[in-house]
Design a protein around this ligand. Structure first.
Ligand code: GUN
Length: 295
């Protein structure tokens, strides 16, 4: 392997340290800690694990963390009523409704109810719109984490060809907006893209966010490109075990790239660190305090 490994775990630890310092300053300015509320509907085991680790990370950063659990059978009206009560609670700076939601609940209706100033996931159309027009916005955590890793690795991204594979509202679209904001030439590729390998071969920066194990092959990667792998896919391994792989065939791609994120330990740890960052940013903005620099 010739590529540099991009250590998202180390970067995320550094960011969490800076967030903890910022949380102390907020406490001094506001007389209370920044507060995040996570709402979980149902008992999905993966979601429960995420929610628990978000709470733990919050407390470690000196922030207030509250968890609200509703049963799998909760109605959309119940969830929306809860979100409205959190919007009205002055001590709540960030609201995160864990997705996916049970089928009787419309994600869009719930996300649309969250006060955009408390929307630390950056999923509300107001935040998506602000990002698109280049105004201050709360930005989805995973793509913002990817951008932080890219800027740390490459410095100025101006003029680079970036190919984002995946067009979700959570990763692909905001990632493309962020790269455009850095003056990259951006292509959004997806499952209907014609000759995807050829499109990816033009990229100086590849961000893979499709959720298909090892789909991006080594001979799709231009020599020297930087590869960010957002995928977290569990696949069968030897002896009935499973292992985690990304959306990129790592060994092949690492032989071509100048730098690449591993799975696990690349993008994954960044998501929660950026969630904490967004919560402090939202807390300061809500109180009209000066923004933190270096977050
Ligand atoms: N489910 C998986 N990832 C996320 C995330 O980043 N935010 C929310 N709200 N739900 C998720």
């Amino acid at each position: 392997m010739s590529a540099t490994l991009i250590d998202g775990k180390a970067f995320a630890e550094g960011l969490r340290g800076r967030v903890a310092d910022a949380a102390k300053r907020f406490q001094a300015d506001a007389g209370r800690a920044p507060g995040l509320v996570v709402v979980l509907v149902g008992e999905d085991p993966a979601s429960s694990v995420y929610v628990r680790s978000k709470g733990k990370a919050c407390r470690e950063a000196g922030m207030e963390s509250t968890e609200h659990r509703l049963p799998e059978t909760a109605s959309q009206e119940e969830l929306i009523a809860l979100v409205k009560s959190l919007n009205a609670d002055d001590k709540v700076d960030g609201i995160l409704v864990q997705l996916p939601l049970p089928s009787q609940i419309d994600d869009k209706a719930v996300i649309g109810t969250i006060d955009p100033a408390k929307d630390v996931d950056g999923f509300h159309v107001v935040n998506a719109g602000r990002l698109a027009v280049g105004e201050d916005a709360l930005v989805p955590c995973t793509p913002l984490g990817c951008l932080m890793l890219l800027k740390d690795q490459l410095g100025d991204l101006t003029g680079m060809n970036a190919v984002v594979i995946g067009r979700s509202n959570i990763v692909g679209k905001p990632m493309a907006q962020l790269l455009l904001g850095e003056s990259c030439t951006v292509t959004i590729a997806h499952s209907r893209t014609k000759d995807l390998p050829e499109v990816v071969r033009r990229a100086d920066i590849v961000v893979a966010a499709v959720g298909r194990p090892e789909m991006v092959k080594g001979d799709w990667i231009k020599p020297g490109a930087v590869v960010i792998d957002v995928g977290i896919n569990r696949v069968p391994a030897a002896e009935g075990k499973t292992r985690l792989v990304g959306d990129v065939a790592f060994d092949e791609a690492a032989a071509q790239a100048s730098a690449i994120t591993p799975v696990p330990g690349g993008v994954g740890p960044m998501t929660i660190a950026v969630l904490l960052r967004n919560t402090v940013v939202a807390a300061r903005a809500r109180l009209g305090l000066t923004p933190e620099v270096g977050l």
